[in-house]
Design a protein around this ligand. Structure first.
Ligand code: GRF
Length: 210
């Protein structure tokens, strides 16, 4: 049985596209069962519709509170029988309410080598800090921002003439390798009972590309 993925997006959806491409392989252990966006203009929604993937649009503006929005997201995920939630450029910070409903079952990709450069504008933070190596990280979502146990990382050199844009592009290319690889690794190793906070640091869950 393939693990049912719910992919949450707000924008371009290039990570969604890379996950969808990986899911086409017959032996990939997961399938996209829902693409959910909070933004009606998210390009990734068009991609999902063209591919006939199930989609849901839940606009956060339509709700009075964050919890009401997250309750609607939760219901949609449950209705689609989602087993692993993958944030892929989802521009809403999840509150403890939703995180508690999916303990260890929400993962995120962040374009820095966490714990460095959490939050917004990580590439700008990296360039301004003058680091020579940046990268991307897939981690379990916990209550803290970009703070959960790390599942996989790729290191990307910062070149002397890099701008924020060129660094972003080079890191994004590696994100497209990392995210499907971590999803595959997780789904194969967990066989339905996905990773818990306690066992996330076990070495067999960690994944890295150099
Ligand atoms: C990626 O850089 C991801 O790491 C970050 O948001 C961006 C989303 O890009 N969380 P895309 O929508 O997948 O193209």
């Amino acid at each position: 049985m393939k693990t049912r993925l719910g992919i949450l997006i707000s924008g371009t959806g290039s990570n969604l596209i890379s996950i969808a491409a990986a899911c086409e392989a017959p032996d990939f252990p997961a399938e996209i069962a829902l693409v959910l966006s909070n933004n009606p203009k998210a390009k990734g929604l068009n991609f999902a519709k063209e591919r006939a993937l199930p989609t849901a649009l839940i606009e956060h503006h339509a709700f009075d509170t964050r919890q009401a929005f997250e309750q609607a997201v939760h219901q949609e995920l449950c209705a689609a029988k989602i087993e692993l939630v993958c944030l892929a450029g989802f521009m809403r910070i999840l509150s403890p309410f939703l995180v508690a409903k999916w303990p260890g079952k929400i993962i995120n990709i962040h374009p820095s080598l966490l714990p460095a450069f959490r939050g917004l504008h990580p590439h700008q933070q990296a360039v301004e800090a003058g680091v020579r190596i940046s990268g991307c990280t897939v981690h379990i979502v916990t209550e803290g921002l970009d703070d959960g146990p790390i599942l996989g990382q790729v290191a990307v050199p910062v070149l002397a003439n890099d701008t924020i844009k060129t660094l972003q592009q080079r890191v994004l290319e590696r994100e497209h390798q990392l995210y499907p690889a971590v999803i595959s690794h997780l789904c194969e190793n967990q066989q339905g009972s996905l990773i818990s906070h306690d066992n996330a640091k076990a070495s067999n869950h960690l994944f890295s590309i150099f």
